[in-house]
Design a protein around this ligand. Sequence first.
Ligand code: NDP
Length: 233
Amino acid sequence: MKILITGANRGLGNHLTKMALEKGHSVAAGVRSIKEAEQQMKHLKDQYQNTLLLVELDVTSEQNINQVVNQIEKQWGYLDSIINNAAIMIEREKTVEDLDMDKVRLTFEVNTFGPMRIVQHFLPLIYAGENQAIINISSEAGTIMNAFPTNYPYSMSKTALNMFSERLKEYLKDKRIRVYAVHPGWMKTDMGGMEAPYEPENTAAKVINIMEGKVKSYSKIAFIDFNGRPMPL
Ligand code: NDP
């Protein structure tokens, strides 16, 4: 499969990239700085010269996204799957009175509008692919009755991402393009911290299985956990 993964230089995105390459897929790995990623991902670049394509991709930049669309169109001509993984979590402990609205806006730009922009611009390439899947990496923080007392921007951005995923799932169902919003579990990454119970490589393996269509989804809704079970809305 030909796959686009955003936020591929570290955390879950990096493990998704590694796992997909190991399984023989071709990956366009979206990173914000190619220069830095060439260092961070040198071993992968060396090992997968023919199947790893590093692409400069800031999900807040429409111009940047269009450049990558053109690059992938020229290189591959189609795309089978997208994993919208890139996200930020800022202003986590702030009460509503103290929230910086520019940072709230930025969170939506990355976590919600980022995946929307990517889908908007890459759909023509996805239509040309096979066994297609669009996976938006979400979070249990997007469940309305979640256990987090603050974390306004992140939680709200993921709830909106879940709604986008549901609408998109309906929109693409006649074309048999699968759409999921996957809660990846609390993982040991820069975002999750080292006390988290899950290893990102284990989640990555499960997400790749979902992308390949190997996990039976028990859910009618797009928002699922990495085992394919429905998440509470
Ligand atoms: P990390 O913070 O470790 O990595 C985030 C990635 O997103 C980095 O590659 C970062 O790139 C990239 N990124 C940030 N902003 C942008 C942008 N504007 N454009 C493109 N890329 C960007 O996060 P995780 O790996 O932990 O999280 C991966 C996904 O899993 C996220 O969607 C997150 O919300 C979700 N998740 C994570 C949980 C956890 O416990 N870790 C729990 C639930 C959900 P750069 O290095 O350039 O900053």
